[in-house]
Structure formats: C-alpha cells, structure tokens
Design a protein around this ligand. Sequence first.
Ligand SMILES: O=P(O)(O)OC[C@H]1O[C@](O)(CO)[C@@H](O)[C@@H]1O
Length: 547
Amino acid sequence: MASPALICDTEQWKALQAHVNAIQKTHLRDLMADADRCKAMTAEFEGIFLDYSRQRATGETMEKLLKLAEAAKLKEKIEKMFKGDKINSTENRSVLHVALRAPRDAVINSDGVNVVPEVGATGKALTNVVSVGIGGSFLGPLFVHTALQTDPEAAECAKGRQLRFLANVDPVDVARSIKDLDPETTLVVVVSKTFTTAETMLNARTLKEWIVSSLGPQAVSKHMIAVSTNLKLVKEFGIDPNNAFAFWDWVGGRYSVCSAVGVLPLSLQYGFPIVQKFLEGASSIDKHFYSSSFGKNIPVLLGLLSVWNVSFLGYPARAILPYAQALEKFAPHIQQLSMESNGKGVSIDGVQLSFETGEIDFGEPGTNGQHSFYQLIHQGRVIPCDFIGVVKSQQPVYLKGETVSNHDELMSNFFAQPDALAYGKTPEQLHSEKVPENLIPHKTFQGNRPSLSLLLPTLSAYEIGQLLSIYEHRIAVQGFIWGINSFDQWGVELGKSLASQVRKQLHGSRMEGKPVEGFNPSTSSLLARYLTVKPSTPYDTTVLPKV
Ligand SMILES: O=P(O)(O)OC[C@H]1O[C@](O)(CO)[C@@H](O)[C@@H]1O
C-alpha cells in the first residue's frame, strides 16, 4: 500500500486529533496534582534538566506522539541527516552542520567523501573585528558572542579586543558599526555563504571604501577577509582567496554558527580554545540526539511537544524566555532558525499542506519580558513558553541586608512564572482574599497555559553550544514530523526580486530623471512621496558615514 502523502493522513495523526478532546477537558492544575506524571515528564542529559510536566499532555499523549514519530520515520530521517544523505532535496544538498563539531576521528560522508578532516579553524589576534553578514551569517554568531561576553573565562581571553557586527543595510547601522574605530586597527570579515546577498555586499563595498579612503587600495588585502562558499565571487570582490575561509554547501546559513561563519569571528575575539569548548558542547548534544531513546531525548521531546502544541492544540506561537541576560540574543537567532526552517506551505514532495507548520517565535530575557508582554501571555492569548534558567550564575552578586542574592531573585521569577501560567487564579480564591466584586473578572487568571522549563547547570561556552544544538535538532524534529523541507528557504526570494525592480526604478529616477512605472497605485504613490526628497549630495560622489 502506498504511504500517505501527508503525515496528517496517517492513523497516528488522527489518533492524536481524537485525543485532543480528552486533553481539552483537563486543567493543568489537575494534571500537576499527579506526582508520578510530574516525575515522568522530565529528561536529563549532562546536568541539563528538562521538565515538561506543565505541557497540556499526559503519558498517553506522549505515547501517541512517539507513535507519530514512528509514522513520520523520524529515526530514519535523523540517520539520513547524520549520514550525509541529500535530505535538502529542493537544493540537492546534504545537511551536515553536525560534522562541523564532530570529533576529529568521526567519519561523515557527503558525496562519498569524509568531510570531517576538511573542517578546521584558526585564531589570529586583532584589536577590532567588524563581521559583515546578515541572517544566518549574523544572528547565530551574535547570539554566541553576546553569551560568551558574560563568561569570565571568555571575557578574560577577549581583553583589549572588540567584535562588532554589521547586518542591516541601513546606513545608520554602518555608522554605528565603525563608530570610533580606526581602519588601521580593524579587520573586516565579510561573511556570506553565497557572496551575493544584496545587503551584505553593499555593506562590504562601503567598508572597503572606508578602508581604502583612509589607508589606500593596497590595505584591502590586509584589512579584509571573507567567509564564503563562493570563492570565485570573493576574488572578484577584491579579497585574496588566500584570505578567505571556505565552507560547504552542506551547511545551511542558519545552521552555520559552528562553521567559519561563527568560529572565525568568535576565535578572533576569544581565542580558539574557548570556541572549541562551545563546539564540544554542541557535539555532546549531537551524540545525545543521535543515540538516546526518543522518550529521554531532549531535542526529540521538545520537537514532539511543539508539534503537539501547533498542530493539535492550535497554538500558533512560542515564547523563548531565558532567565539569563547572557541569552539576550537567543530568541532573535531562534526566530530565523525556526521560522525560516519550518514556515512552509508544502510538503517536501511539493504537496499542499492541509495543516499549519512552524510557529511564531519571539522572546526576551526574563524578567524584562515580564514587564513587557507577559500580560498577554497570562490573560490574553495562550502561548506555550520555554523557560530557560541557569543554576549557577556567571556573576555572583549578593548585597548585605538583602533576603536573597541577585541571581536567586531572578530565579524566583523563573520558578514562579510557569506555575502562574499553569494554575492561574480562580474567582473563588479572589473572593476568599476579599477582592472587590468589580475587580474579580480582571484579577482572574484562567491558567491552563502550557510551558516547559529547561534548567542548565551554568552558561559557559560548553553549555552555550549545548543549547544551540538542542534547538537546532528540535526544529529539525518538527520539520521531519511535519514532512517538510526544513533546510531550504524559497519564501525569501519573492521580496528580494521585487526589491531589485524597485532599486532599478529608483536608480532611473534619481540618475536619469525617468518616471517611475510598472507598480500598482499604492506603491506608485508611496514611491512618488519618497522621491520628492532629493539627495543632499549628487549620487556619483562617495559619501561615507559621519562617525
Ligand atoms: O550568507 P548569505 O548567503 O549572505 O545569506 C544570508 C541569509 O540570507 C538568506 O538566504 C535569506 O534571508 C538566509 O537563509 C541566509 O542566512
């Protein structure tokens, strides 16, 4: 018998749909009263503790989800990924970011060639580094850099150096990225897998001009290097391919933090030994993901629960809430990783999906988020939350006379919020507290809002690598179950090609006084309004940011 075209046509999917009703009838308050259930809904690996008892799920739900994993051939798909099969079928590519952090003696083949020996990195001390790149060539390295900055060991290694990122093509971002920098002591790293991304290339040309105008054209070879898969375009740009760090088409942009994309700028800043610990952390989770049974496998459990929340309980969003300022840039990275991977409309075979995939990811470190959008999470929309906490802070601060340390204060919130969401507060409780009648509806919390808690031992380079890998694999699990291609991104192309049409028209209007044409009435009138303001200097003169 031919297998169903879509996962939603399987018996296992239908069994979960039929099970939703039973779950809708139970409140998390009651589920949480079952101590055995709470104990069972945990998993641990190297001190990373996952508690998913506050998900709207029971043992039966988990059994059914594990059966769905079987129906989706999850085990086989994970094996294919690790083996280097071309699972990114729309681009005919392997998906091998795990090879970037594999032990040196591992064997991982792409096109019959072991890729592990090709993977290497270097560390070279320079005072200022500006890493120019966008999307996957920016967000992951920024997340790791922001996190490493708070690790005392890493911070010590980085003394006297600074690493900045330039992503947005907004000239204001260019000005910010080079403010107070001297080109003479600055190395510009152009990071682009394709070396064609419009924003990155214009920013790279701008910084090239910044260097040349101050140090002369010969300075480019000493002050600009590149990370790319496209060495031909690197050369055409004017960067010596000997100053380029290659990587491979089997590394997806958003999965490239562990390639030279992240490893090079981070090693320049912190030295390779620190970055190696980060890679080892990521690799430890790769092994756990590949070899642990699904019932105790942290990325698999997280992925299955996300599928449950999105596809069966109908929750369209997910909040990423690290109670760790070091993880300030984690949610922005996960936004790309998750939404570019799993925001798809068709199956990997091109069949229109009849169910939604992906979720809207957003987040902020706690407690800042509590004073921003938690109102909606508590009393408005139901949004499954990931609470991420750390047992040992990198900064032990305690004030004499205070009841708790500063980290305990932070973590009090980490422990309290999931219960507030799960249990809520009933009108009866409010009555017993003598709350005025008119305020009872406003102060009632329905509760029954799912979350999970991930508690890390600390946040050194090793755990930062582990956290990255957990989320990379969780997102892949979701895509494998949904039967989509989590490794392509055709959805970003249309906007890019329309922008190129607009660019042409802007050029024609500004340089040759041509009328703007070919747009709908709305875009035409917006463009006309934009073009009424003429540039303050002629277009054929170079103007660099004032810093
Ligand atoms: O590294 P590149 O090729 O400049 O691409 C940057 C980003 O652009 C995208 O292709 C689309 O936004 C991302 O997938 C990618 O991470």
